[in-house]
Write a protein that binds this ligand. Sequence first.
Ligand SMILES: [Mg+2]
Length: 292
Amino acid sequence: MKPLAELPQPDLLGVRGVLADIDDTLSTAGRITAAAYAAMERLRAAGLLVIPVTGRPAGWCDHIARMWPVDAVVGENGAFYMRYDHDKRQLITRGVAGEGDPAARRERLRRIGERILREVPGAAWASDQPYRIADIAIDFCEDVPRLPQAAIDRIVALMREAGLTAKVSSIHVNGWFGAYDKLGMTRTLLAEVFATDLDAERGKFVFIGDSPNDAPMFDFFPLSVGVANVRDYAGRIEHEPRYVTVAKSGAGFVELAELLIGREPRRTVDRIMAPDFEQIPEPPGGRVPARD
Ligand SMILES: [Mg+2]
C-alpha cells in the first residue's frame, strides 16, 4: 500500500466517481461526522458521482438513497442497488433474484443464524437485521463486546457449512445465498443508470474501504484506497488497496475528497442517465430479477 499522496496526477484528473464503503470508512466510531458528510456533498458539487457501497440493509439504503448527497447506493454486500429519482419522486430498487421462494429463503437464513447464536457465545443478531431483505448479519463488535478472532472465524465456518457466502466487515459477519458481491452490483448499477462499462472504465472510479469484505473492490480498482484503519487487518485481507490514507475512518475519506476536489483542472461529469434506462416500479418486497 502506497501513501495516497503518491496517487499519480494524471490518474487523479480522470476520476469520474467515488465508490465508498460506509462502516469505518465514511463513519467514525459508528457515526458520520459533519466533515465526512460535507465531503460527499462537496464531491458531488465538484461534478463527481458519489456512491456508497455497503453491507448495510435495505431499510438503511432506502434512507441513504433518498436523503444523503449521493447518486445511488449498493446495499447488503451487492444484493441490490437503490437510487432516488428526485424529479419523479420515485425510489428505484434493482436486485439479484435468488433461487426459490423468498419467504422460504428468509426462513432458512433465520435458522442458520439461530444455530450460529447457539454455537458461538457472545454473538448476536445485528440490530439492523429486521431491515434486511437478502442476507443475515451476525454482530461481533457493533452492539456486543468484541468477540475474539476465533469466534469470528467460527461464525464464517458455520455460514459456509450451511451453504452461504460469508463476508466479514468491521462489525458484522454477513451471510447470503448466491455468489453476488459488491463489485457485481456496482457494475450493474453503473451500466444501467450511468451508461458506464465499468470494466472499460475501472480506472475512472476510486473505491475507498477499510475491511476484508472490501477485498473484491480493492482487487478490481487500480485506484483503490484504504482508510488508515485498513492496516488493522494486515494479513487477513485477501487483496489490499493500492493506496492508504494518513487518517483513519471518516477523516481518511475527507483526505481523499480533498485530493479529488483540489485537483486542477476541474472536470465535470455527464450525469445524463443511460438512454435505455426503464423505470421499474418497486415491487412488493422490493426485489426484481436482475437484468441480463
Ligand atoms: Mg467497512
